[in-house]
Ligand binder design. Structure first.
Ligand code: FPP
Length: 278
């Protein structure tokens, strides 16, 4: 009797495990299928993302906006993981724009707290996976705690080489372009640079993204089709991918789909299709 009972128990455990394994496999099947369609030789070197729709997602769930931001962190993690696994070199996420300061104070404070919490929680994983953290934007204006945590994480991951995760924080492209123009003007005024030497390379080098390849793919979630003051110089030739998915629902299969779409586009850079064929 006792033996039978423990056999039943073991059987139930095996069945539960098999059910769990089956559920896990079927959860990943759609993304595994999509992943196999990606040409790893033609990956975008740099993907930029405008993470949008957290507020609407929260509203759909009858919750305050901050709930959307908290759930957005899952999408940040999964996108970062997927890009690292694939071999994408740079992933830039628009986490806080200069315009976002105009949001209610409670939301701004919650976003800053979330940033600190997330960085502290994820730094070990970033290091384990060879991810270097960088930031673009006027981060000196962030609350002191956010600034310090961010700086420490940037310093603590600076030797990682597998992928660079760039957070755009207190960032706007017009601010960045103006800063670059001021920097070059000061150099010219000091006699260190002739105005005729200011070419595309010199200008790119004066931007916050100096040293990074330009994004080849820009993704925006939530069904909006705007670029909202994000990397305006750098996305000159980027392919744009707009998806109706709200950011907290964005998962690796959405990323794979964006990359597959990117790989199906003909990138002509001003040339004709015939010229590209030779
Ligand atoms: C846009 O959604 C989202 C943001 C302004 C913030 C993005 C922040 C996160 C995903 C969380 C923290 C990120 C990191 C990197 C730790 P929205 O609020 O504009 O949404 P709505 O358009 O639906 O109102």
């Amino acid at each position: 009797m006792f033996g039978l009972c423990s056999e039943n128990k073991a059987g139930a455990q095996v069945a539960a495990f098999l059910n769990f394994a089956l559920a896990e496999v079927s959860r990943h099947l759609p993304s595994m299928d999509l992943k196999s369609k990606i040409n790893l030789e033609k990956l975008p070197r740099h993907i930029a993302v405008i993470m949008d729709g957290n507020g609407r997602w929260a509203k759909e769930h009858g919750m305050p906006r901050v709930f959307g931001h908290r759930n957005g962190v899952k999408a940040v993690r999964e996108t970062t993981e997927a890009c690292t696994e694939l071999g994408v070199q740079y992933l830039t996420l628009y986490a806080f724009s200069t315009e976002n300061w105009n949001r209610p104070q409670t939301e701004v404070a919650a976003l800053m707290t979330l940033l600190v919490e997330t960085i502290k929680k994820e730094i070990k994983t970033l290091n384990e996976n060879g991810v270097r953290l960088q930031a673009i934007g006027d981060i000196s204006r962030l609350p002191e705690k956010s600034y310090k945590t961010l700086k420490q994480a940037i310093e603590g991951t600076k030797n990682n080489t597998r992928m660079t995760l760039v957070l755009a924080l207190n960032y706007s492209a017009r601010w960045e372009i103006l800063e670059a123009a001021r920097k070059l003007a000061r150099q010219a005024q000091a006699g260190e640079l002739r105005p005729e030497d200011i070419d595309e390379a010199a200008f790119s080098n004066a931007l916050a993204t100096s040293g990074m390849p330009d994004p080849e793919l820009l993704i925006r979630t939530s069904g909006e089709s705007r670029v909202s003051n994000f990397l305006l110089w750098q996305i000159a030739y980027a392919e744009l991918h707009f998806t109706p998915t709200l950011w907290p629902d964005f998962r690796r299969e959405h990323l794979y789909q964006a990359i597959i779409d990117f790989q199906h586009r003909e990138r002509r850079f001003g040339k004709t299709s015939e010229q590209l064929a030779v």
